[in-house]
Design a protein around this ligand. Structure first.
Ligand code: SF4
Length: 262
């Protein structure tokens, strides 16, 4: 039987990165879990300092046989913006279709729009906007921009004429997700993706009573009955797309090859 297509493979045939670590320090981050917990390559404090890997910045990039995602194990930050621009330039000049995924900082998005104004047909922004509630975002994504900055960034790229999409994966506040999606839709040209938080017990460190409560809230919010309610509300919105974690609950067919779910 073929392995199910999950995570970034739903969106891209290749993942490109040029840094290790990420100041956003999300508690559910699979890249953080992999580097800090599973492989012990760096400490949790070191993870919060984003280190640029110069050799990956300078590397020539091939033309991939489908959409390429950048970045996947870090983010585009004010402190690594120029190296990220260089990698994007290398990918775009090789003719690639590039999916830029980020919890966006407005100053970075302004610069990216300016630098890549000639590549509007080759670059698709996908901004990760997981909740509106500040206390929820502060707990799960302590170093990432606030909701207002992410929404402003999305609408800025939209106003500049870029293709825009949103990833609500993981949904951090399922009770508000339908309202949030409807608020973001006017600045979206391409798609809004919804997905659950995966492998919570493996990846999320329980280090306080507060973390127990937040984890319980996520789990309660993504039981099948809640997912079905969200699906019912949004299934007729043409730009809404479902990640594998939701498709399996609601009975939508999974993709069979990487990078096809674009
Ligand atoms: S922004 Fe992405 S790469 Fe950075 S910590 Fe959060 S999930 Fe991980």
């Amino acid at each position: 039987m073929k392995k199910p297509i999950r995570g970034t493979r739903e969106w891209a045939v290749a993942n490109v990165d040029c840094c290790t670590g990420c100041t956003h320090d999300c508690r559910y981050c699979y890249a953080r879990y992999d580097a800090v917990v599973k492989k012990g390559q760096l400490s949790s404090e070191e993870w919060k300092e984003c280190l640029v890997r110069e050799s990956d910045v300078l590397k020539a990039r091939p033309l991939y046989p489908g959409q390429v995602m950048f970045p996947t194990t870090h983010d585009i930050l004010p402190e690594n913006l120029q190296p990220c621009i260089q990698v994007l330039r290398n990918l775009l000049e090789a003719g690639n279709q590039v999916l830029v995924v980020s919890k966006p900082h407005l100053e970075c998005v302004r610069e990216l729009c300016k630098e890549f104004t000639d590549y509007k047909d080759k670059l698709l922004f996908r901004f990760t906007i997981t909740a509106r509630d500040k206390s929820v975002l502060d707990f799960w994504e302590p170093g990432a921009p606030a909701y207002s900055e992410r929404k402003t960034s999305l609408c800025y790229a939209f106003d500049q004429g870029f293709e825009t999409s949103v990833s609500v994966e993981p949904m951090l506040d399922t009770s508000d997700v339908v309202t949030m999606v409807r608020e973001l839709l006017p600045c979206v040209t391409h798609s809004i993706w919804l997905g659950k938080m995966n492998k919570i017990d493996e990846r999320v460190q329980i280090d306080s009573d507060t973390s127990v409560l937040f984890v319980e809230r996520i789990k309660a919010g993504q039981v099948d009955s809640e997912i079905l309610l969200i699906y019912k509300e949004l299934q007729d919105e043409p730009l809404i797309r479902w990640k594998e974690s939701i498709k399996t609950v609601v009975g939508v067919e999974l993709v069979s090859e990487p990078g096809l779910d674009i």
